[in-house]
Ligand binder design. Structure first.
Ligand code: NAI
Length: 703
């Protein structure tokens, strides 16, 4: 049973019980309706309390049902809410912890509402590219006023019950309980009060009967539309929230409900909504590792050691300090430690200046940080993350020393971005305790963490690292060991394509513009200038000896030979004015590219933005298909998460794999075959990966 029914004297209690958040799936909806029928048929019952077991009143719709016939199967949520409204005994909704989305809409159908303080109240549908679809846009403005309700609906953000209860004139709550502990007793008292009040047969109060107006009428909604314009640029839902709430002020309740429903159904199948729903599911799935069960025991992480106080070490350290976990940072020299600490302080101070961090919090965080020059001081650390120079010899020395001093069971992690984690693990006598934790720069900001699973990495090490990743608010994705792991292995193909496009006739600015129009945060050349073009140069030099047959455009090497490493040298693919980050197209670079074309005997051709985007995005897709097939990534959704959280892939397109699925894999594979015909490109690379070919043949998708 996912909704329980119990009678306590003259009060019937219907308790949603569908962990983890009492999602309103079909069985739960059936349980509520059955409970209402039973209570209404029982002469001994005078009133009904509707509440939730465990950690929520209800988190809303059961997202697993989205898009499946079950979501619409009767009783659907609208019918359940109508059944609540039509109950012949008064219904009191007793909210606690979380009342969101469909859960809040359900409560708005009740005759009375009481909430525990601290209850998170929200209509977060907009975050899935939707508007509330079970009366939320029609009922919330009636109880909170148009402005408060619209703010909540457009932002999707939760607001605490005590704050809402303090708003003058609010009708959302009839009562705020004194505490979570007293909620049940107070709900019972409210139910008995209601029963007594309506013993004369008077009608129960219904939110639908409340008036809904904004004193400024049209002018207010015009203002609201302007406000959401920015956020609605790539998403249709926010503007639709305004339309639906406006309808609540203009239409009869029943007509407003139809209006809301139509919008909801139309939005459900937009590409943006599909992408956001995919993201929601993929994000939760990424934390699950197929052969590491949820109940795998985890190691205790009370102290973290970080080796190297450079660019990455400092950022990595901040993540743990922010989460209240003490860090001991080790360097070779005091000056390096001082520099590292100064950078961390500078970052925090900037946050304090902007009002994003309170001074006392800043000091509290810094008090969790200690430093050392001696490996012996790391003997108490439970997790040690190495972020020293990217050289195998240096890593070897570090891991051998760690092996000598770290306590048994300590997790030894490397932040390497290109080296073989299995080799690093074998520098120690405890390869089972070694794992890759590949943070992205700036490590205190970027959400993505690739957790690199070595051949010997123990399951409890993985489970612990996934849990700690959540604590420091990262999106962790597991990758197997390979050159570049998931993200950088794919980006290498993307960069190769960007180079070929220059040789064939495009300019850096044209390529960047096309990709940015597609929705990427930054095109490949602006990105190169930001990260430093010398990094790619070093990787290519290695490739030229490792894989001499692999084709590259030489333009990027020529750029580096000109000393144009990017923003840090004041010039890269673009020119930069000192102190500014604006990328100014460079005549010198265009000249270099043209000269290179002449040397190769290439007559430049006009390349369409469509071709640019397809070659760049499909190169990611084809490499990703190999990655999936090799088991480096365990599911396509993980690859999407890597690109959405680490590489600026447009969220509303759902990641490269989801995007390819939506285009149709047949079309994607056909385009690849076309690109393979281009003599300037790499015909081998464009052979659709076997997995992709198989999915096309079977009419299947990645996700
Ligand atoms: P960095 O050069 O800024 O910092 C490295 C620090 O390690 C220096 O402060 C150096 O003094 C210290 N160090 C070197 N050898 C040491 C040793 N034996 N013991 C103690 N400290 C030592 O380098 P960065 O950029 O922070 O990179 C560090 C690691 O992170 C590398 O493995 C790199 O591949 C990886 N990485 C870098 C990213 C980036 O964008 N910079 C992104 C992801 C990973």
């Amino acid at each position: 049973m996912t909704a329980e029914y119990k009678v306590h004297g003259d009060i019937a209690v219907i308790t949603l019980n569908n962990p983890p958040v009492n999602g309103l799936g079909l069985a739960t909806r059936q349980g509520i309706v059955a409970g209402l029928e039973q209570a209404n048929a029982d002469a001994a019952v005078k009133a009904i309390v509707l509440t939730g077991a465990g950690k929520a009143f209800s988190g809303g719709a059961d997202i697993k049902e989205f898009g499946s016939p079950k979501a619409l199967q009767e009783p659907n949520l609208l019918s359940v809410i109508t059944a609540v409204e039509n109950s012949t005994k008064p219904v009191v909704a007793a909210l606690h912890s979380v009342a969101m989305g469909g859960g809040l809409e359900l409560a708005l159908g009740a005759h009375y509402r009481i909430a525990a303080p601290g209850t998170q109240i929200a209509l977060p549908e907009v975050k899935l590219g939707l508007i509330p679809g079970a009366g939320g846009t029609q009922r919330l403005p009636r109880v909170l006023g148009v402005e408060t309700a619209l703010n909540m609906i457009v932002s999707g953000e939760p607001v605490k019950s005590e704050l809402l209860a303090s708003l003058p004139g609010q009708k959302l709550f009839d009562k705020l309980a004194a505490s979570a502990e007293s909620l049940a007793d107070e709900a019972f008292a409210l139910a008995r009060e209601a029963a007594a009040k309506h013993a004369d047969g008077s009608a129960f109060p219904l939110v639908r009967n409340l008036p809904c107006k904004h004193p400024l009428g049209d002018a207010y909604f015009q203002f609201a539309r302007n406000m959401v314009k920015g956020m609605a640029k790539n998403y249709p839902a926010p503007a639709k929230c305004v339309d639906a709430v406006e309808a609540a002020t203009q239409k009869k309740f029943a007509d407003g409900m139809t209006f809301e429903r139509d919008i909801f159904i139309n939005l459900m199948w937009t590409p943006e909504c599909r992408a956001l729903r995919h993201l929601f599911v993929a994000e939760r799935a990424a934390s699950k590792i197929p052969d590491v069960p949820d109940d795998t025991p985890k190691r205790d992480i009370k102290l973290v050691g970080v080796i190297g106080a450079g660019t990455m070490g400092g950022g990595i350290t901040m993540n743990f300090l922010n989460a209240g976990i003490p860090v001991k940072m080790l360097e070779m020299k005091q000056e390096a430690l001082d520099r590292g600490i100064a950078t961390i302080r500078k970052n925090y101070e900037a946050q304090v200046k902007k009002g994003k961090l309170k001074q006392d919090k800043y000091e509290q965080r810094m008090s969790l940080l200690s430093t050392t020059l001696s490996y012996d001081d790391l003997k108490d650390a439970d997790l040690i993350i190495e972020a020293v120079f990217e050289e195998l010899g240096v890593k070897e020395a570090v891991f051998k020393q760690l092996d000598a001093v770290a306590k048994p069971g300590a997790i030894l992690a490397s932040n390497t971005s290109t080296l073989d984690v299995d080799k690093i693990a074998n520098f120690t006598q405890r390869p089972q305790d070694v794992v890759g934790m590949h943070f992205f720069s700036p490590a205190n900001v970027m959400k993505l963490l690739e957790v690199v699973r070595g051949q010997a990495t123990a399951k409890d090490v993985l489970a612990t690292v996934m849990a700690i990743a959540k604590k420091i608010k990262k999106t962790a994705v597991v990758s197997g060991v390979c050159d570049g792991f998931i993200g950088n292995r794919m980006i290498e193909q993307y960069s190769r394509q960007a180079g070929f496009l220059l040789e064939e006739g495009a300019t850096p600015a044209q390529v960047d513009k096309a990709v940015e129009k597609f929705g990427f945060a930054m095109g490949p050349f602006r990105m190169g200038d930001l990260a430093g073009n010398d990094i790619g140069w070093a990787i290519r030099k290695r490739r030229y000896t490792e894989k001499p047959d692999l084709k590259y455009s030489k333009t990027a090497d020529l750029l580096c030979e000109m000393g144009r490493y990017g923003q840090k040298t004041g010039a890269g693919w673009y020119d930069y004015v000192p102190g500014k980050r604006d990328a100014i197209p460079s005549a010198l670079v265009v000249e270099m590219i043209e000269k290179h074309r002449q040397e190769l005997g290439i007559t430049p051709r006009k390349i369409s933005d469509e071709e640019i985007v397809q070659r760049l995005v499909f190169s990611l897709v084809n490499e990703a298909a190999h990655i999936l097939e090799e088991g480096i990534a365990s599911k396509a959704g993980d690859i999407d998460m890597v690109y959405l959280t680490g590489y600026g892939f447009p969220i509303y397109r759902g990641g490269p794999m989801h995007y390819a699925d939506q285009l149709g894999l047949f079309n994607v594979a056909e385009a690849m075959k076309r690109f393979a015909q281009n003599p300037r490109d790499d015909a081998n690379f464009w052979q659709p990966a076997p997995l992709l070919a198989r999915l096309v043949a079977e009419g299947k998708t990645f996700n």
